[in-house]
Design a binder for this molecule. Structure first.
Ligand SMILES: Nc1ncnc2c1ncn2[C@@H]1O[C@H](COP(=O)(O)OP(=O)(O)O)[C@@H](O)[C@H]1O
Ligand SMILES: [Mg+2]
Length: 337
């Protein structure tokens, strides 16, 4: 478990003080995948780098598995850090070492006997699917393969926590997917707690259990990923959610509409319960779906539809009241009738 209390990170530069993290408190439960999103400069890297004291906090506490890191001596900290793996956007591999040597380096540093290093490296290479690349140098690897080496190195000493700083931001979408599924596998099979920071909601949607939104060094919203996607509160959070769920309707459709234009948000099971078909069987209205999308977040559907409803005024009103009662959120966006 990770517990951060009143964390502050202020950088002292020649031009004055810059706040990286501003009074952040958060708890990440054991075995959880916790995502922190925010735009560039929000303080995400400062925060995650404070978690293993790669950056020294100005004030506040960091507890990992019950150990308060900020008060440890150098030797104690070195030991505690073995339990915290980290991967980076630009991989940070040693270019003059082979894949095996990059991974072995982390084991040597931890003092593992030589005889055991070879076996552990073999095991790690197998885990990340790179057994055939063991003697290759980083320059000969694709971005996804480099990140796999980074992951193997981070897991070398059996950490309980894995920190990921924009680990997929330098990768193309399909490679991102494969790295995310590897991270998910590591989380579920090894029970490793993962904290990741990203500017992409797609990443959060794909693998996180809980999430926080960061702005100006502060956490402005936090919660279960589905809850945040379904009911974002802050406007920045809404922007992030919209990057996944929103879409624009072509002007032409708005001009040619005849009835009422409604936007319906579906949550959870309701998305599967055929509300739309029930409406057309129950009321004398006609409907036209202009746009729709269902996203699955933590395997639960979250949908948004824009429909045009036409018919007699009374029937339209009744149909809309019916849909409103059966869905979480209905918005009449335009009323031509
Ligand atoms: N080493 C540093 N020295 C001075 N200012 C820094 C340093 N690292 C980060 N900052 C500043 O701290 C703020 C947060 O940066 P950062 O944590 O990198 O955000 P993010 O990862 O969300 O893009 C920014 O204003 C940035 O300029
Ligand atoms: Mg960053």
């Amino acid at each position: 478990m990770i517990e951060v209390k009143n964390l502050v990170k202020i950088y002292e530069t020649k031009k004055g003080c810059v706040t990286g993290v501003d009074q952040v408190s958060l708890t990440v439960k054991k075995g959880e995948v916790y995502g922190i999103v925010g735009y560039s400069g929000a303080g995400k890297s400062s925060l995650i780098r404070c978690l293993n004291l790669l950056e020294k906090p100005t004030s506040g506490e960091i507890h990992i598995d019950g150990v308060e890191l900020t008060t440890l001596s150098k030797t104690e900290l070195r030991k505690a850090r073995l339990k915290i793996g980290m991967i980076f956007q630009h991989f940070h591999l040693v270019s003059a070492k082979t894949v095996s040597e990059n991974i072995a380096f982390a084991l040597k540093a931890a003092g593992l006997p030589k005889a055991k290093i070879h076996d552990r490296v073999t095991e790690l290479l197998d885990m990340v699917g790179l057994s055939d690349k063991k003697d290759v140098y980083p320059a000969q690897l694709s971005g996804g393969q480099k990140q796999r080496v980074g992951i193997a190195r981070a897991l070398a000493n059996n950490p309980s926590v894995l920190l990921c700083d924009e680990a997929t931001s330098a990768l193309d979408p399909s490679t991102t997917k494969s790295i995310l599924s590897l991270l998910k596998k590591i989380n579920s099979e090894l029970g490793i707690t993962i904290v990741l920071i990203t500017h992409e909601m797609e990443v959060v949607k794909t693998i996180c259990d809980r999430m926080a939104v960061m702005q100006d060094g502060k956490i402005i919203e936090e919660g279960d990923v589905y809850e945040v996607f379904a009911n974002p509160k802050q406007s920045l959070t809404k922007d992030f959610v919209n990057s996944i769920l929103q879409f624009e309707l072509p002007e032409r459709l708005l001009e040619e509409r005849q009835g009422k234009l409604i936007k319906i948000y579906f949550q959870g099971e309701i998305a599967e319960q055929g509300v739309i078909s029930d409406v057309f069987q129950t009321f004398k209205v006609r409907g036209n779906i202009l746009h729709g999308k269902i996203e699955y977040i933590q395997d639960i559907p979250l949908g948004i539809f824009i429909m045009e409803i036409t018919g007699e005024q009374v029937e339209m009103d009744r149909a809309i009241a019916y849909i409103a009662a059966r869905t979480k959120n209905l918005e009449v966006i335009d009323d031509a009738a």
